[in-house]
Design a protein. Sequence first.
Length: 281
Amino acid sequence: MTPQVWLITGTSSGFGAAFVHSLLARGDKVIATARTLSKISNLKDAGASILQLDVTSSPKALQKTVQEAVAIYGRIDVLVNNAGYSHFGTFEDATPKDWQSQFDTNLFGAINVSRAFLPHFRANKAGVIVFIGSAAALCGMPTLALYCGSKWALTGAAESLNEEVKSFGIHTLIVQPGFFRTELLNANNTTYVETKISDYEPLVNGNFEIFRGANGVQPGDPRKGAERIIDTVKGEGLAKGKKLPQTLYLGSDVIDQAKKRAEATLELLKEWEEIGSNLDV
Ligand SMILES: NC(=O)c1ccc[n+]([C@@H]2O[C@H](COP(=O)([O-])OP(=O)(O)OC[C@H]3O[C@@H](n4cnc5c(N)ncnc54)[C@H](OP(=O)(O)O)[C@@H]3O)[C@@H](O)[C@H]2O)c1
């Protein structure tokens, strides 16, 4: 297969860095991006091209980055919207600014970066846009309303985009990972907002203890996860002969969760079908 050109956002750690190493090992061209270039000089040493890219930049600045990126190898085949962070805190404690910041990175960042690349993909009549969602896009979770909300919205936007552009030869893949051992839960990358409302204290204290305790012992290996995502996009390995799916659930934990959610939805439909039916004018 001819080498592909991939551009990845948020490559200073975790999945982003894992993508870069896996793709380089397969002989592909990689444009690794990060908001702080000095954090990814190691990826340049490993053979990637590097570019500064903060996903919360203005659409104009993102367009300029796209021009610079396309100029490096003459085209981009796959865009991976990977950058993200998680805000932990209750729905009620979070300020409008907290909500905005979470959505600016996890949702509007991915949307704006994708919009900036779409003219290039349409001109080429080809392209894959990967969106890294989360298990948090499957069900609401206490103290994770902001993160869940951003990833649910991202899922809906990405599915809709696929329907709009598939006839142009462009496809989206939404990856919903479970717990992977990255820097996501590291106190430097995560925003933990303690509650100011005593009613929530037991819930918040209990949940924060669980999430802080999970840092560094998450079951998933990001390098293996990145390999499976790359296989899925390329139709290689376990994905050989299969059509690109719209959604990839990544990790045994999220697969179990997705099955339980699907079963619970069927149960809910059975119990409430009568009250939700026979309502036509
Ligand atoms: N690990 C998991 O268990 C898990 C589960 C489900 C979903 N995910 C998703 O996977 C994606 C990657 O996260 P990760 O787990 O690999 O965590 P990570 O190691 O913390 O990596 C997150 C990356 O996003 C970057 N980033 C944050 N804000 C950015 C911005 N405004 N512009 C550009 N880059 C930015 C960070 O860069 P800086 O160094 O500049 O901060 C970092 O490189 C995220 O979308 C996350 O929500 C992870």
